[in-house]
Design a binder for this molecule. Sequence first.
Ligand SMILES: Cc1cc2nc3c(=O)[nH]c(=O)nc-3n(C[C@H](O)[C@H](O)[C@H](O)COP(=O)(O)OP(=O)(O)OC[C@H]3O[C@@H](n4cnc5c(N)ncnc54)[C@H](O)[C@@H]3O)c2cc1C
Length: 395
Amino acid sequence: MRKALIAGGGIAGMAAALALAREDWTVTLCEAAPAPGEVGAGLQMSPNAAKVLRWLGVLDRVLAGASVPEAAELRDGLTGAKVYRAALGKTAEARWGAPYLHVHRADLLAALTDAAREAGAEIRGGARVESYVIRPEGPALKLEDGSSLSGDLVIGADGIRSALRAQINGAEAPDFTGQVAWRGTIPADRLPDGLVERNATVWAGPGRHLVTYYLRGGKAVNFVAVEEREGWVEESWSAEGNPQDIRSTFAGWHERVTGLVERIEECFLWGLFTRPEQVRWVDGPVVLIGDAAHPMLPFMAQGAAMALEDVAVLVRELQSGEPLAEATLAHESRRWPRVARVQAQSLSNSRLFHQPPGLRRRLRWGAMSALTNIAPGVAAGQLDWLYDFDATAGL
Ligand SMILES: Cc1cc2nc3c(=O)[nH]c(=O)nc-3n(C[C@H](O)[C@H](O)[C@H](O)COP(=O)(O)OP(=O)(O)OC[C@H]3O[C@@H](n4cnc5c(N)ncnc54)[C@H](O)[C@@H]3O)c2cc1C
């Protein structure tokens, strides 16, 4: 039986552990954290991601605790005017072949972890990977506690500050994008009825935006608030945020925005960074997936979705029977163009959302609004290239 060693137990690593265990690989996953400890945060899972969850056999489990939005909307954060709308719910499922859902990250991770264990994967917590070595008999992982593990394939799924990416590409300095994101959840029973619609809504305005949607069948509301800033001074990648800062940032905005932010009691703050895109994801039988390979800004809500797609594409290449070092290279060349397009679109969305008032914004938002009103199917069709994609086709 071939043996896979996985560094990192986030969405990418856990999905890879599950997929390979189901393909009869012997799998050992090493996660640095002793136990899952992610702050409360939601994830939008678009149909392209839901197709991978279905193939992994966990979609029903995930759906049981998820929320399904009625539409995706872009609104003017100050006036509340609708700029763009795409119907989701049943329409999304019919158009793109799988549901669009909102899920708590902890719930998604728990579903993947349980299923990976049931499929026979060994999941080790408190196991920080330091590096890999490639020996004639195959690759091995070296752990912080001095032990090592050997196998046939190494998957680096160790996230945005990946040790394995640094080993393949050398140390790289992340660039602060000038944007920070607060993230958190509010129990829905703390909000007035009807304040938050059953949609994924982006409230956009000059230099900032707020995203809201429901989680856990409507029991909680997730928010992501983004602001452009001069500098990032925190030492940690994410830190506890001050709800008062969010209130000041959105003071004077539409009453649905202020009504929500005034009820935030706790939040976390992320600095948003980019890293060089021209990097290698592969070193022989060692391959990076998820944020370790291609970190991206969150403005398309696609980071975890791309991590899930990576897993399906990698499994297909591993099934080809080619030597592992060729399968990993084939994976890299198949994934590169799509991921680069999503990265570019995420960057351009931050400009779309944060555009200051003026002629350029009137023209751009006006065109989107007209298309939404006159031809909603054409407006939704702008997302076909992204959501229609089925990474599991042929598996
Ligand atoms: C504000 C914000 C909103 C977002 N919203 C969405 C969204 O709506 N939809 C979406 O699809 N994506 C979204 N994303 C992106 C998404 O969260 C990430 O792309 C996704 O979590 C990446 O998964 P990953 O497994 O690659 O990395 P991670 O989730 O970072 O997991 C990496 C894991 O590796 C572990 N690790 C790190 N170093 C080591 C080591 N040396 N040894 C062992 N283990 C190690 C870590 O502890 C961690 O568990 C958002 C991101 C942000 C910041």
